[in-house]
Ligand binder design. Structure first.
Ligand code: RB5
Length: 143
């Protein structure tokens, strides 16, 4: 799978490790930054990642910041994005099964790296359930 990934300074270490993990698993990973621990603004990397998902340049995206909220808020301003925040494996599965999240967001300051990889693996392996959940997500965009 071709996956785009971004983080702010709070998620940069997990991002680097996830890029190595996903590449080893055979995925093609596109890094949208940041690659520094210098304080920066999450929206500067979230918008380019969202645009790449919307244009189909990457199939899915992963975003990390301290709480995950800044990334999720920014990403969800894009019409073609359903960014879902996950902090454990169960939520990582449900955010795909029920919400068909095309961007997975994680709170780097509040989960372990081991948990982050478990969430990513679960989100990649889980299928969208469709049915009533398809009806629900169809009602999300502002008409
Ligand atoms: C950075 O200090 C922090 O505000 C950011 O990583 C994120 O948690 C924002 O939502």
């Amino acid at each position: 799978m071709k996956i785009g990934i971004c983080s702010d300074h709070a998620g940069v270490e997990y991002k680097a490790r996830l890029i190595a993990y996903l590449t080893k698993k055979g995925h093609e990973v596109v890094n949208f930054g940041t690659d520094s621990t210098e304080s920066m603004d999450y929206s500067d990397v979230a918008h380019p990642l969202a645009a790449a998902v919307e244009k189909g340049e990457v199939e899915r995206g992963i975003a990390l910041c301290g709480t995950g909220n800044g990334m999720a808020m920014t990403l969800n301003h894009h019409q073609g994005i359903r960014a879902g925040l996950a902090w454990n494996k169960a939520v990582g599965a449900l955010v795909k099964e029920h919400n068909d999240a095309n961007v997975l967001v994680m709170p780097a300051r509040f989960i372990s790296y081991t948990m982050a990889t478990a969430i990513v693996r679960t989100w990649i392996e889980t299928e969208f359930a469709g049915g009533r959940h398809a009806r629900r997500i169809a009602k999300i965009p502002v008409k």
